[in-house]
Design a binder for this molecule. Structure first.
Ligand SMILES: NC(=O)c1ccc[n+]([C@@H]2O[C@H](COP(=O)([O-])OP(=O)(O)OC[C@H]3O[C@@H](n4cnc5c(N)ncnc54)[C@H](OP(=O)(O)O)[C@@H]3O)[C@@H](O)[C@H]2O)c1
Length: 313
């Protein structure tokens, strides 16, 4: 598999199989990280209005285009509609495009299958009620939001549209009402949370899967959610050693061999390089089988921490 490898989406567009996620990337580091990533060979960046750094990503991208480092059409840029903007899809998309300094997005995702109280376009708030519970808006259906996403394609603002954090029930429903099928479902998946049923269901119906949290969130999720990362798993360390790779490289390669797009985040230059060096080795079928035994059905990203409600319960 060449480093330029990509997944052909049901929209006909190709999505590079590895991308750089920018959640929790400090604003002041973004310019160097994005420009370095492009030099390394990254052509895919995963953003979101809620990461509050679209403007910094946009400045870095503009510099990359102006200096001739890369052309716009060589990059694949994803961003996401925040929960509080489900009733304002067009304005939210335009707001993201403005911040990212782009004419079009390669992929626009519904970040979570839940509409929440609107507090102004782009404010990406998660308003809580007097009990500290997320103010969920029960007047906007996901179907309504999806049809608004479809209109963005017609307007030429977005090339592909997709969903994120949808389970099988919600994905099935979306496929039933969609005039334009979702190209992607971006979900948490890593060795401790393999979700084979959901992955296979999506792929069977032409919905490509992107793994968010592909490294299990490593130390970042350990600090934020108190979770445990599979990068420290002795079995994974052993398998990585067998292939003379780091655990992160092994885990990313494992994801790619499941035909899943991976979007690891790192704020360390040497790790940007490390995480991209996953195209010159192949994990054997036996070891892919062995990996199945490590699943713990264990989510490491728990938004309930901020929302006072467990939407996955
Ligand atoms: N759709 C959604 O709801 C959703 C949710 C979560 C994430 N995402 C997307 O998915 C992307 C990735 O998820 P994530 O950042 O939460 O988790 P992740 O990529 O699984 O893990 C990031 C953590 O791993 C560390 N790391 C990176 N490379 C490493 C390596 N080679 N060896 C050891 N540790 C390494 C990073 O630390 P350093 O930075 O210090 O290297 C950071 O602590 C996000 O940036 C975002 O774009 C989407």
């Amino acid at each position: 598999m060449a480093s330029g490898a990509g997944v052909v989406l049901n929209s006909g567009h190709t999505m590079p199989i590895i991308g750089l996620g920018v959640w929790r990337m400090e604003k002041k580091l973004i310019r160097d990280l994005i420009l370095s990533a492009i030099k390394i060979g990254y052509r895919h960046f995963d953003c979101a209005a809620d990461y509050l750094n679209e403007a910094e990503v946009g400045d870095a991208l503009a510099e990359a285009f102006e200096t001739g480092l890369v052309r716009r059409e060589e990059l694949f840029i994803t961003t996401k509609l925040w929960n509080s903007d489900h009733g304002h899809v067009l304005e939210a998309c335009k707001d993201s495009l403005k911040k990212l300094r782009l004419d079009y997005l390669d992929l626009y995702l519904i970040h979570f299958p839940v509409a929440t109280k609107h507090t102004g376009v782009g404010s990406t708030s998660s308003a809580l009620d007097e009990n500290g519970v997320l103010e969920i808006d029960i007047t906007i259906s996901l179907e309504t939001t999806w049809h608004a996403m479809e209109e963005l394609v017609g307007l030429g603002l977005v090339r592909s549209i997709g969903i994120s954090n949808y389970d099988i029930f919600l994905t099935r429903d979306c496929l039933a009402y969609a005039k334009i099928k979702p190209s992607v479902n971006q979900i948490e998946t890593h060795p401790y949370f393999q979700r084979d049923s959901l992955v296979k269901f999506c792929q069977k119906h032409g919905v490509s899967v992107t793994a968010h949290t592909p490294l299990g969130g490593s130390t970042a999720n350990a600090e934020l959610f108190g979770s445990v990362s599979s990068l420290d798993d002795p079995a994974i360390k052993g398998l990585a050693e067998k292939y003379k790779r780091t655990p992160a490289q092994f885990v990313l390669r494992w994801g790619i061999q499941r035909d899943i797009v991976v979007i690891p985040k790192s704020s360390k230059l040497e790790r940007l390089q490390e995480n991209f060096e996953v195209f010159d080795f192949e994990i054997s079928e036996e070891d892919m089988e062995e990996m199945k035994t490590l699943d713990r059905k264990y989510r490491t990203n728990q938004p309930a921490k901020f929302w006072g409600i467990d939407l996955y319960a």
